[in-house]
Write a protein that binds this ligand. Structure first.
Ligand SMILES: Cc1cc2nc3c(=O)[nH]c(=O)nc-3n(C[C@H](O)[C@H](O)[C@H](O)COP(=O)(O)O)c2cc1C
Length: 343
C-alpha cells in the first residue's frame, strides 16, 4: 500500500482521484473509483436543459446510496458558469443537513475561476467547521497557487498543459509546474494532474511532492465511464499529437483535433479571449455551447472532444478496478526499484 498525506487526509486506500469532467455526467465513474479505493469526483454537469444544483444533489444522493466510501464534487467558479452562485450557496447547505453526505462528500474542488468564491459562502464555512470536508482548487500556474493559499485552501490540484480540457494561458507542463510549486509551497498538500495514466507516472508525481494523482482521459477509457462509445474509441489508438489547444468556454482548452477544434484556434491571452467572446454572435455562442451536447450524444466530428496527451499511452478500455490495481502495483514496483538504487 502507498500511504501519503492525501490518502490520510481523505481516509482512502489509494492515492488516485478521478478528475472532474464537466459538463458531462461522471456519476458511475466516480462511484467506481471510490469503490475501488480511490476518490471519485462528481462533475459540474450543465449540459443544456440540466440544473447544476439538482444534478449535483441527485448525484450526491446516488453516491451515498451506493457506497460508504468518500467522494468529492467539482464547482466551476467561472463568471461564465451558469448556476455557480446557487451551487456555492445551496450545495453546502444540502450536505450539511445530511450526516451521511457530510461524512462522505469530503472533497470540494473548485476550478476555472476564483478560489475565494466557495470559502466566502457562509454555508460552506459552517460545513467546514462542522465536518472533515476539504477545499482544493485547481492551480495551473504558480501565481494561481499563491492565490489559492490566500483563499486558505486545504490543498491544490497542480494541472499542467498536457491535460485534457480547460487549460491556463501559461501552458506550463505538469513536470515543470510540479517542481515550481514544490519549490515555493513545499508544505501545501498537492494532487498532480494532467498527463497521468501509469504506475510509473504515479511514482514520479509522489517524487515531485504530490500526495496523489488525478486522471481524466485514463478514466474516460474505462468500462464504467458514461462517455459515448465513439468518444472512448478515439483514445486507443490516439496519439499525444492528436490533441491540441483551442478555444473553450473559459479560455484555452485541450481537445482532440476534429472539425470543431480546427475551427476554434486557441486564444493566447485573456484579452484575446474577451475580444473573441465579444466578436461572436449569440447564434455562434449557442452553436459553440452545443458542441458539448453534440459530443455527449456521439458526434465526435462537430462536437468538442476534450482529451489530454495521455491518450498516447492508453492501450485499452478497461475496468476501473483493473486500471487502479495496475497503476498501484506498478508504482509500488517502481518505488522499490528506486529505493534499491541507493548504495
Ligand atoms: C472530458 C473532460 C472534461 C473536463 N471538464 C472539467 C471540469 O468540468 N472541471 C475541471 O476542473 N476540469 C475539467 N477537465 C480537466 C480534468 O479535470 C483534468 O484536469 C484533466 O483531464 C487531466 O488530464 P488527463 O486527461 O491527461 O488526465 C476536463 C477534462 C476532460 C478530459
Amino acid at each position: 500500500m502507498i500511504e501519503t498525506n492525501i490518502t490520510k487526509m481523505f481516509g482512502i486506500k489509494h492515492p488516485i482521484f478521478s478528475a472532474p469532467m464537466g459538463p458531462f455526467f461522471t456519476r458511475e465513474l466516480a462511484l467506481a473509483v471510490s469503490e475501488a479505493g480511490g476518490l471519485g469526483v462528481l462533475s459540474n454537469v450543465n449540459i443544456v436543459g440540466t440544473d447544476p444544483v439538482e444534478e449535483h444533489k441527485a448525484s450526491i444522493e446516488y453516491m451515498i446510496e451506493h457506497t460508504d466510501k468518500p467522494f468529492g464534487l467539482n464547482i466551476l467558479t467561472s463568471r461564465n458558469n451558469p448556476g455557480v452562485k446557487q451551487m456555492v450557496r445551496s450545495l453546502p447547505k444540502i450536505v450539511m443537513n445530511n450526516v451521511k453526505m457530510r461524512d462522505q462528500c469530503k472533497y470540494w474542488l473548485t476550478s476555472a475561476g476564483s478560489s475565494r468564491f466557495l470559502p466566502e459562502s457562509k454555508y460552506f464555512q459552517e460545513l467546514r467547521e462542522n465536518s472533515e470536508v476539504k477545499h482544493f482548487h485547481v492551480a495551473p500556474a504558480v501565481w494561481l497557487a499563491k492565490k489559492c493559499l490566500d483563499s486558505n485552501v486545504d490543498g491544490i490540484v497542480v494541472t499542467g498543459t498536457e491535460g485534457g480540457g480547460h487549460q491556463s494561458y501559461e501552458r506550463v507542463s505538469t513536470l515543470v509546474l510540479l517542481q515550481q510549486i514544490n519549490k515555493y509551497f513545499p508544505d501545501l498538500p498537492k494532487i498532480a494532474c494532467g498527463g497521468f495514466a501509469t504506475g510509473e507516472s504515479l511514482a514520479a508525481a509522489l517524487s515531485l511532492g504530490a500526495g496523489a494523482i488525478a486522471m481524466g482521459s485514463r478514466f474516460i477509457a474505462s468500462k464504467q465511464s458514461e462517455f459515448h462509445e465513439k468518444y472512448k474509441a478515439l483514445i486507443p489508438p490516439g496519439q499525444p499529437q492528436d490533441t491540441g489547444l483551442y478555444t473553450g468556454s473559459f479560455g484555452p482548452i485541450r481537445l482532440y483535433k476534429n472539425e470543431y477544434a480546427l475551427a476554434h484556434p486557441a486564444p493566447s491571452s485573456k484579452e484575446e479571449m474577451i475580444e473573441y467572446e465579444n466578436s461572436i454572435t449569440s447564434e455562434q455562442r449557442a452553436r459553440d455551447l452545443g458542441a458539448y451536447d453534440r459530443v455527449y450524444n456521439g458526434d465526435i466530428t462537430t462536437g468538442a472532444v476534450l482529451l489530454g496527451q495521455s491518450i498516447g499511452i492508453i492501450d485499452s478500455i478497461d475496468d476501473v478496478n483493473d486500471i487502479i490495481e495496475r497503476i498501484i502495483t506498478k508504482a509500488e514496483d517502481v518505488i522499490k526499484r528506486n529505493a534499491s538504487l541507493l548504495k
